[in-house]
Design a protein. Structure first.
Length: 254
């Protein structure tokens, strides 16, 4: 943003908001054009505010923002997609919260925009909204997000010795950045076993379009294993656990 650019328009997904002052809200946004931003919505908590309905989490909006003395100020908001099925279903809400928490944790404010990552988030919110079982859509989001953020794990050769991955159970090491063959991974601290089937689906999602990936139908045990593998990898990268997976478990297994 140039110093002379006092006002500009963005397309964004509202990641979260918090109360600010007596009647305002501070918004955390992921925008197509400018990456992650924070902006103040003045008066958004007032009962008659016209902005409030456009600023709920998981809403895709167009916003007019102006540069204030210390922060960006929201001057206009219009909804592009409300994803109402997400907001009407607690389980879908939890899944959407997981998507936006990943974006929020990995990105710093005022980084350059990433249109591909923005489109991935928007597409996956749509899939969660529309699908009864979005397990595959969420796994695809995780795998593609790792690619776009520069954390793509090595899955086709041993990350230590470079040997070709064989059709046997392997190991996965976040520190090494991918799969380890049995000779390199066995007994290595911080490495854990990964089955042939889980690795096969991980590799399939990594190299496929969503249409191609959606043809996969992994067994329940493989789904659980791959989900846990990705969660452990994210915990390593972020150096802390995410909040939303625990919430999802609580509402799925009350």
């Amino acid at each position: 943003m140039t110093s002379s650019e006092r006002s500009f328009r963005v397309e964004a997904v509202v990641l979260r908001h918090r109360d600010f002052g007596e009647a305002d809200r501070m918004l955390t946004l992921f925008t197509r054009q400018r990456g992650k931003l924070q902006a103040l919505a003045k008066g958004a908590r007032k009962p008659r505010s016209r902005k409030a309905g456009h600023l709920e989490p998981f809403t895709r909006v167009t916003l007019q923002l102006a540069r204030g003395r210390e922060m960006l100020i929201l001057t206009q908001a219009d909804t592009l997609e409300a994803y109402l099925p997400i907001k009407d279903d607690l389980l879908k809400t939890g899944r959407a919260a997981y998507l936006v928490e990943l974006i929020d944790r990995f990105l710093y404010a005022d980084e350059a925009g990433d249109a591909a990552l923005y489109e991935l988030l928007v597409d996956t919110l749509g899939r969660i909204s529309d699908q009864a079982d979005p397990w595959l859509a969420i796994r695809y989001y995780e795998v593609r997000m790792l690619d776009l953020l520069g954390f793509r794990p090595q899955l086709f050769a041993c990350a230590n010795c470079g040997g070709k991955v064989q059709a046997v159970d392997q190991y996965f090491s976040p520190l090494a950045g991918g799969v380890l063959c049995p000779a390199c991974g066995r007994g290595l601290p911080g490495a854990w076993e990964v089955s042939v089937d889980a690795l096969r689906h991980f590799r399939h999602f990594q190299r496929s379009s969503y249409a191609q990936a959606s043809r996969a139908h992994p067994a329940a045990a493989v789904r659980e294993e791959l989900e846990q593998l990705l969660q452990r990898y994210f915990t390593y990268l972020l150096e802390r656990e995410l909040n939303s997976p625990g919430f999802l478990k609580q509402i799925q297994n009350p």
